[in-house]
Design a protein around this ligand. Sequence first.
Ligand SMILES: *Cc1c(COP(=O)(O)O)cnc(C)c1O
Length: 390
Amino acid sequence: MPTKIPLVNLAAQHEALAVEIHAAIDSVIARNDFILGDEVAAFEAEFAAYCGARHCIGVGNGLDALTLSMKGLGIGPGDEVITAANTFAATALAILQTGAIPVLVDHDPETCTLDPRKLSAAITSRTRAIVPVHLYGHPADMNAISAIAVEHNLLVIEDAAQAHGARYRGRRCGTLGRAAAFSFYPGKNLGAMGDAGAIVTDDDDLAQWLRAARNYGSTVKYRHVVRGLNSRLDTLQAAVLRVKLRHLEEWNQARRGVARRYQELLGSCAAALPTARAEVEPVYHLYVIRCPHRDAVLAQLQQQGIGAGIHYPLPIHRQAAFGRGCMIPQPLTVTETFADQLLSLPIGPYMPDEHVQEVALALLAALHSEVADRTSPPHAASVPDGTARM
Ligand SMILES: *Cc1c(COP(=O)(O)O)cnc(C)c1O
């Protein structure tokens, strides 16, 4: 069955803003101002102000935002950088790209973010930084993490790619460490119409280095002061992002509304629903539940045209390309358990309540049939010849 209710509904968002977005793109084309033009500078100023930070430096994507912020802070070969094992590949890849080694730690079962209680055991004399990920749009436990960072003289660099606009004790994600990396991949809470990313920081020296590093190491044409790369925020994307930024607050509010409805409709079901700590204002980039018989439930939802997903099916240390390049100081028991249970339900600012209800009903039915199935007499175990039927 084709997807009726998509996991991420970009079409609804773009339909709502079509006129504004076309006008913004047309004006860039009219000016032929394609590389680091006025729109990039304007977006950087507006996003920095939105976050409450001194600087925003636009770059090509979220992966580069992470890599460059770490390189700009001097992280490189011989260093260890601690992050969570349950995150998108980019967090670990960025650490590896600096030449440092990712050190993977479990997450807190309640918030799905880096567990500060497990940090100290991962710190060695080579540890340089901690990269908390505000996963699914819920801020990490930053006070506890920062206290450990101060004690051990470590940098804190936020992976804020899923947390545009989220708040921790009143402050926006992106202003809770030395620097923060954002992605504007289309499906993010603030998404471009292509690849885009940014670093947000209060550090003047880092900001200056980043402005050069993203542009061949140069701020004055043909004068290269840093061995940089070409990772500029595309000007057309900046124009699109400026339009969308004006809607981010109302979109995040709408996402919280969908989360509330899921809570009302699913409150007493067999799955564990996401919770928000009292000190945070999450932005529900994803609505991730923990679900018994996950794969069977997911298959049932997909059969009914509901675009549920898994974030993430394979934790970092199980990835073929770089899992072995990571260090695992302690068993990742929470990560391992969660990997088989996580299930993301559709969520978005334009999701109508009928869709929320439909997803909730389908989930309740799937849970019911799966749980009933597994608790009925265990035929497989009692097959006389001993061959289990699976
Ligand atoms: C999306 C994402 C990134 C990477 O962003 P790209 O723009 O796709 O490179 C990094 N970290 C997390 C947690 C993400 O969700």
